[in-house]
Design a protein around this ligand. Structure first.
Ligand code: NAP
Length: 440
C-alpha cells in the first residue's frame, strides 16, 4: 500500500454478526464522510462467515461476496486489510497470523485473543511492518485505546479504573434500582439480549479482565499475564448487600482497576491490578454509570483525572470504532501498535493481591445476642483492623445481618480476621466482604 494513495482501500471482513453487520451498514451509510476524511474509498470485497444462507442484518454493497474459506480472504492479493470480527481465540489467531504472513494490515475487536495471545501477534505485526489496530476491543465506542496510545503519552498514568462489562453493569443496575435478586436480573438480561445464554465470560469477570490486560499494556507498556490477574465477578451477589451498601451511601459495581503501588525497586513500577465487585461512593461518576454503559476513569500525572463514558457494546457503537481504525489504516497511520517503542514488552512487576490495601464492607450473619459485636471487633482488632461504621439490623432469634465498614487494611489481614471469626463460632455462615472505593 502506498502512502497517500487515492486508490480504494480494499477490505476483507471476517464475521458478519453483530459488529460485522454494523460495519457493513456503516461503510455504506458513511461513505461520503469516509471519502472526505481520508481522500479514498473503502471497498468491501469479501466477507467470511460460517453459514452462507443465514439471514443478515445488513445488505452487502455491490461487488462484495460472502465466502466460507478463510484462505480466500487471507490470500487474496487485492485485499489490503483484514478486519477480524469472528471472536474466539483459535480460528481468529490462525486467520490473523495468515493474513500478516500475506502482508495484510489488521483491525480487530477481539479482546480475548489480544489479552491471551496478543504479544506474539504484536511482535509479528511489527516484524512484518503491518498495522494492527484494536480500538473496539476495549469499551466499544469509547476511544480509550487511542487516548492511551497517543493522546495521553505525555503523561504518566497513575491509575485506571473502569466499568468494562455492560452485562454485569446492567444486572447490578437492575438489582439496585428494582431490588431484584441476581438470578432474576440475569434472566431478564438474557431475555433482552444483554447477556449470552452462557453468561460466564461476562458475570465471572473474564471479559472485563481481558480488557483490563489490554489497558495495562497500553498504559504501562508491560506484559501482565492474564493468568496472573486477580479476577472475581458478580455471580451470587445478593440484593441484601446491594441494599445495605446503599444505606452506607454506596453502589456495588464490577470494577476493573490498575494502579501504581509504592515500594517497588528503583525504576520499577509495581502494579496492583484486578477485577472485583466493589462499593463505589454514590457521588463518584463511576457509581452513576447505569445499565449497559461502560466507563473508564484515568488518573494521569499531568492531566489529572479524566472520565470516559459511553456505549461499550452494540452493533453501530462498536462498528464505529472499527471503522475509525480502518480510516487510520487508509491514511497509512503507523504508530507503534502497542504504544511503546520496546521490541519486547517487559514483564509487569505485580503486587500480590493479599498485599492490596483497601477499606472493606463486611456483612456477617450472627446470633442476635449481647456481646456479639464486641467479640467480632475483637477478632478484627487482633489483625489490626478497626471498624469505621457499623449497622446492626434487629431481628428475631436466629441470624441477623451485622454490617460494618473498616478503615484501610490489607486483604491478607481481612482474610485472617474473618477466618478468626469463623473459627470462634461467631458466624452462622461465611462473611460477605467487598472492597470500598472512595467515601466522605
Ligand atoms: N457484540 C458487541 O457489542 C461487541 C463489542 C465489542 C467487541 N466485540 C467483539 O467483536 C467480535 C465479534 O463479536 P460479535 O458480537 O459481532 O459476534 P457474533 O455476532 O457472534 O458474530 C460472529 C460472526 O463471525 C462468524 N464466525 C464465527 N466463527 C467463524 C469461523 N470459524 N469462520 C468463519 N466465520 C466465523 C459468524 O458467522 P455466521 O454468522 O455464519 O455464524 C458470525 O457472522 C468479538 O471478538 C467480540 O468480542 C463485540
Amino acid at each position: 500500500m502506498t502512502r497517500n494513495s487515492d486508490a480504494p482501500l480494499v477490505v476483507g471482513l471476517a464475521g458478519f454478526g453483530t459488529v460485522g453487520g454494523g460495519l457493513v451498514r456503516l461503510l455504506q451509510e458513511n461513505a461520503d464522510i469516509i471519502k472526505r476524511r481520508v481522500g479514498r474509498d473503502i471497498r468491501l470485497k469479501k466477507v467470511l462467515v460460517r453459514t452462507i444462507t443465514k439471514a443478515r442484518a445488513a445488505q452487502l454493497p455491490p461487488g462484495a461476496t460472502l465466502v466460507t474459506d478463510p484462505r480466500s480472504l487471507t490470500d487474496d492479493p487485492e485485499i489490503d486489510v483484514l478486519v477480524e470480527l469472528i471472536g474466539g481465540i483459535d480460528h481468529a489467531r490462525d486467520l490473523i497470523d495468515r493474513a500478516l504472513d500475506q502482508g495484510k494490515h489488521i483491525v480487530t475487536a477481539n479482546k480475548a485473543l489480544l489479552a491471551e495471545e496478543g504479544l506474539e501477534l504484536f511482535h509479528k505485526a511489527a516484524r512484518k511492518k503491518r498495522i494492527l489496530r484494536y480500538e473496539a476491543s476495549v469499551a466499544g465506542a469509547i476511544p480509550v485505546v487511542e487516548a492511551l496510545k497517543a493522546s495521553l503519552t505525555g503523561n504518566r498514568i497513575q491509575s485506571l479504573m473502569g466499568i468494562l462489562n455492560g452485562t454485569s453493569n446492567y444486572i447490578l443496575s437492575e438489582m439496585t434500582s428494582n431490588g431484584m435478586e441476581f438470578d432474576v436480573a440475569l434472566q431478564q438480561a438474557q431475555r433482552l439480549g444483554y447477556a449470552e445464554a452462557d453468561p460466564s465470560l461476562d458475570i465471572d469477570g473474564h471479559d472485563a479482565a481481558h480488557k483490563l490486560i489490554l489497558l495495562i499494556r497500553l498504559a504501562y507498556g508491560v506484559h501482565y499475564p492474564y493468568t496472573a490477574l486477580s479476577v472475581r465477578g458478580i455471580r451470587g451477589l445478593s440484593a441484601m448487600d446491594i441494599r445495605l451498601a446503599r444505606e452506607f451511601g454506596y453502589r456495588i459495581k464490577l470494577i476493573a482497576q490498575v494502579r501504581e503501588a509504592l515500594g517497588g525497586e528503583k525504576d520499577q513500577v509495581r502494579l496492583e491490578a484486578g477485577v472485583f465487585p466493589a462499593l463505589v461512593y454514590h457521588k463518584y461518576l463511576l457509581a452513576r454509570v447505569g445499565g449497559v454503559y461502560n466507563a473508564v476513569r484515568v488518573e494521569a500525572n499531568a492531566a489529572g483525572a479524566l472520565f470516559f463514558h459511553g456505549r461499550g457494546a452494540g452493533d453501530l457503537p462498536t462498528a464505529g470504532a472499527v471503522l475509525g481504525d480502518l480510516l487510520a489504516v487508509a491514511r497509512d497511520e503507523r504508530p507503534n501498535n502497542t504504544g511503546f517503542a520496546d521490541k519486547v514488552l517487559p514483564k509487569a512487576c505485580i503486587v500480590p493481591p493479599e498485599e492490596w490495601r483497601s477499606c472493606y464492607y463486611v456483612r456477617v450473619m450472627v446470633q442476635d445476642a449481647p456481646g456479639v459485636l464486641r467479640d467480632l471487633s475483637g477478632c478484627m482488632a487482633a489483625e489490626g483492623i478497626s471498624m469505621a461504621q457499623v449497622i446492626q439490623k434487629s431481628g428475631e432469634g436466629q441470624g441477623v445481618p451485622l454490617v460494618f465498614m473498616t478503615h484501610e487494611t490489607s486483604a491478607r489481614a481481612m482474610r485472617d480476621a474473618l477466618q478468626r471469626t469463623m473459627d470462634s463460632g461467631l458466624l452462622k455462615e461465611p462473611a460477605v466482604y467487598l472492597r470500598v472505593l472512595g467515601g466522605e
